[in-house]
Write a protein that binds this ligand. Structure first.
Ligand code: ADP
Ligand code: MN
Ligand code: MN
Ligand code: MN
Ligand code: MN
Length: 341
């Protein structure tokens, strides 16, 4: 038997974006525990904007477990927040609203800034770097990348891979101090779970460097410096194996009819980023196009090949601060409105 450190993590009730919370429970197991072996746990919802002071207990229901190699016998336990009865999802529990569909696949591209002393890592105390945007994207060399950014990014990548998170890649982004990683998952909740765990690990790695992760979609405001998105690539079994032009056009019709509902969960302050400039479509417009990075939804070349209209689509509107649970939930809801022949 060994004592395991189980870090139960969950999303709090802050709006418009939830924060990650976590606390450790020590339990004895013969080997690394399975999800079924993990007990429900509780927390004080009055401290997380999830309950009133008088009856403040909320329940943590484990939904996934990941090895945490930063701690001896460590594990991260992703949890849904439940009401005191343990079975009713809490109103802040967006994961519980995602339609179950093992055939749904999501790939999220998380962009973010590393921040130190209130400005992007590598920015001077006043003003902007002497070297403007251009050489940072996928860049190399101290004068562009600095010294600790890559150390953090690599450490985070290894922790995620150790945890079994399905990263597909990483890259330095357009602005100085800006980076991206991509996570892909099969099943309607898997990539979203792993995105939250990856964000948790990134935030934690950065603590020890005295660095913050800035997830805001336009942290440098109304300047020419790039903002951050979290493109949501998605497909269903039907889209991958049947598809077809008629179905695709009906699907895009449903997306066009629900622009407001999508934007509502695609992250705060998105009007600052979806301007119609910098490879974005305007926030109040909806468009789609082959290989069009100025469209709301980009259709990969592979999708239209041979006029099949089969494969995955990229919704470019979700931003870096968006909740992947709410995003996946909304996309699947809109897809479910369109009957498959
Ligand atoms: P880009 O920056 O050009 O948009 P990326 O490589 O950063 O491209 O991201 C593409 C994303 O598409 C990846 O996260 C990948 O997992 C995802 N993806 C690829 N195929 C599928 C699919 N069939 N269903 C859902 N997502 C997919
Ligand atoms: Mn206590
Ligand atoms: Mn990308
Ligand atoms: Mn990118
Ligand atoms: Mn993309």
């Amino acid at each position: 038997m060994a004592k395991y450190k189980l870090e139960y993590i969950w999303l709090d009730g802050y709006t418009p974006v939830p924060n990650l919370r976590g606390k450790t429970q020590i339990k004895e197991y013969a080997s690394f525990p399975t999800l079924e072996e993990l007990p429900l746990w509780g927390f004080d919802g009055s401290s997380t904007q999830q309950a009133e002071g008088r009856s403040s207990d909320c329940v943590l229901k484990p939904v996934a477990i990941y090895p945490d190699t930063t701690r001896k016998n460590g594990a991260i336990v992703m949890c849904e927040v439940m009401m005191p009865d343990g079975t009713t999802p809490h109103p802040t529990n967006a994961r519980a609203t995602i339609l179950d569909d093992p055939g749904a696949w999501f790939g999220f591209e998380q962009e973010y800034f590393l921040y130190q002393d209130g400005r992007p890592l590598g920015f001077p105390v006043d003003g902007f770097p002497k070297i403007g945007q251009g050489p940072y994207y996928c860049g190399v060399g101290y004068k562009f990348m600095g010294d600790i950014a890559r150390q953090i990014v690599e450490e985070h990548l290894d922790l995620c891979l150790d945890a079994g998170i399905n990263h597909e890649g990483i890259n330095a982004e357009v602005a100085k101090g800006q980076w991206e990683f991509q996570i892909f998952g099969k099943g309607s909740k898997k990539a979203a779970d792993e995105m939250w765990v990856a964000r948790y690990l990134l935030n934690r790695v950065c603590e020890k460097y005295g660095i913050d992760v800035e997830y805001h979609c336009k942290p440098l405001g109304d300047t020419d410096w790039n903002g951050s998105g979290m493109h949501a690539n998605f497909s269903t079994e039907y889209l991958r194996t049947k598809g077809g032009k008629e179905y695709f056009e009906a699907l895009m019709g449903a997306f066009a009819d629900h622009v407001e509902e999508h934007i509502a969960v695609y992250g705060p302050d998105n009007h600052m980023r979806l301007t119609g400039l910098h490879e974005t479509q305007a926030i109040d417009k909806f468009s789609y196009g082959v290989a069009d990075r100025g469209a709301s939804i980009r259709i990969p070349h592979s999708f239209v090949k041979g006029d099949k209209y089969q494969g995955y689509l990229e919704d470019r509107r979700p931003n870096s601060q968006g909740d992947p649970y709410q995003i996946a939930s909304r996309i699947l809801k809109t897809i479910s409105l369109v009957p498959t022949p």
